[in-house]
Design a protein around this ligand. Structure first.
Ligand SMILES: Cc1cc2nc3c(=O)[nH]c(=O)nc-3n(C[C@H](O)[C@H](O)[C@H](O)COP(=O)(O)OP(=O)(O)OC[C@H]3O[C@@H](n4cnc5c(N)ncnc54)[C@H](O)[C@@H]3O)c2cc1C
Length: 429
């Protein structure tokens, strides 16, 4: 069998050395079996390995091959939805409990990087939400007040006069700085977390796609083409790439892809001129752009989404247009890398977390914003497996609905919804 390779990307080209890991062969037994070696699976596995459990991770391709090894590297607090949306959907108590955990994910990520000395270019400079319209500024001011109510002490609203110090672009009217944000090399973070699991005695199998999870048995069984693991607990973290593996999880999420380009090396001086304080930046549009400077001084620019999870035909030219709108001077700049990745969206844009049986847990559907939430959820899943489930129970209480239109019409209906929100933004509503 041929070993999986990372798709071409800036991250694959600059990945730290990692071992070739074996595929699962034959029957084995572990305390914990995790499906998927993205951040959700790795962080859950790492917390459980720290607690002394014998952990196995089964990865269809390679560690960090999915969204976790391809994302924008933006370390942003909170979730895809804010307090008001969560309150509207699930009530004030639930919103309070969930927003109270908003800043834990970033702390967990930084703590794991420090504890295991993970070399992933982590910068704790800050993250910046850039507004195009006064309506978006108003939303940011509201969000700032909410986050401050939950203990955030390092947020600043920046008006039009302060924007030149943040980013060399004329398109924004202001924004909000979160000094508790930052950015990092996402694939090297995943590789470092995998190495930490192994250091604690865990085992990671690559090239080992799970074909089914048998959760009706006393002890759940996880099957691959060439082997089987029996475990006390199974945690399913396949997210946007899980596809048909667990039919019970399929209807609640829709695969959605996003794209990224990376310029040629621009040099330190030019990058400093583009983004003096080296924050990661995302705009406030419904279909947003996000960008940052890499450790070797390139601009890494992501944006646009494709509902259904297809890869768009010409990533470079569609993203170049978006990048040049923000930075016209980069029109002729060479693009060295272009790639896309798939994530899972839920209808309400909050992660879908729960149990399929008393010993089989799952998480999926961070809906575009998963770097810090995966680190929070990994901790909560590990706590739930170990018998302390307060935080897990709050997320598991969120009732999720299938996308309207079923698998056949969910994509066109969601595209229509996105047009509606984009139109509202154009009208400044
Ligand atoms: C292009 C892009 C840019 C993004 N940018 C950001 C950003 O800047 N900031 C942010 O907060 N979020 C961002 N996200 C979202 C974030 O990357 C994800 O929410 C997060 O990485 C999800 O982690 P995960 O472990 O749940 O899923 P994944 O990282 O996708 O991991 C799932 C893993 O499971 C494996 N798998 C699936 N099915 C099986 C199976 N049957 N058997 C075995 N293994 C299986 C897959 O191969 C994969 O490796 C971005 C996503 C994309 C695609």
């Amino acid at each position: 069998m041929q070993n999986a390779r990372y798709p071409e990307s800036y991250y694959a080209a600059t990945a730290n050395p990692a071992p070739e890991r074996p595929a699962l062969e034959g029957e084995k037994s572990f305390d914990i079996c995790i499906v998927g070696a993205g951040y959700s699976g790795l962080v859950t596995g790492l917390f459980l390995a720290e607690k002394g459990y014998k952990v196995a991770v089964l990865e269809s391709e390679k560690v960090g091959w999915g969204a976790s090894g391809r994302n924008g590297g933006q370390l942003i607090n909170g979730y895809s939805r804010g307090f008001d949306d969560i309150k509207k959907a699930w009530g004030e108590d639930t919103a309070n409990a969930i927003i109270a955990m908003s800043f834990d994910g970033a702390d967990i990520l930084r703590d794991k990087v420090k504890t295991y000395d993970i070399k992933c270019d982590l910068k704790s400079t800050g993250s910046f939400f850039a507004a195009y319209t006064p309506a978006q500024m108003k939303d940011l001011e509201h969000e700032k007040a909410v986050w401050e109510r939950f203990g955030h002490t390092a947020l600043e609203i920046v008006g039009p006069e302060g924007m030149a110090e943040i980013v060399d672009s004329k398109v924004y009217c202001g924004g909000m700085l979160d000094r508790w944000g930052g950015h990092m090399h996402p694939l090297n973070l995943a590789l470092g977390e995998a190495a930490a699991i192994e250091k604690l005695g865990g085992t990671i199998f690559e090239n080992s796609r799970v074909t089914s999870v048998d959760y009706d048995k006393d002890k759940p069984e996880v099957h691959t083409a060439r082997g089987k693991i029996t475990a006390d607990f199974v945690v399913i973290c396949g997210n946007g790439y899980l596809d048909k593996t667990v039919p019970a999880l399929r209807g609640k999420v829709m695969p959605v892809s996003s794209q990224i380009i990376t310029t040629e090396i621009l040099g330190e001086e030019r990058c400093k001129a583009l983004m003096p304080p080296d924050f990661c930046i995302e705009d406030c549009n419904y279909i947003l752009d996000y960008y940052r400077v890499t450790a070797d001084h390139r601009l890494l620019f992501g944006g646009g989404i494709v509902y259904g999870g297809e890869t768009s035909a010409d990533i470079e030219s569609s993203l170049r247009k978006r990048m040049v709108k923000v930075f016209p001077e980069l029109e002729k700049t060479k693009i060295d890398y272009a790639w896309s990745g798939t994530m899972a969206f839920t209808f309400r844009r909050m992660p879908h977390i729960g149990r399929l049986s008393p010993s089989v847990y799952f998480v999926q559907g961070y809906s575009g914003h998963g770097v810090t939430p995966t680190h929070l959820v990994g901790k909560l899943l590990a706590e739930a497996v170990a018998g302390q489930s307060a935080g897990f129970d709050v997320f598991a209480s969120l009732k999720h609905y299938p996308f309207p239109g079923g698998r056949m019409f969910r994509v066109p209906l969601t595209v229509m919804g996105a047009w509606f929100y984009a139109l509202r933004e154009k009208l400044g509503l």
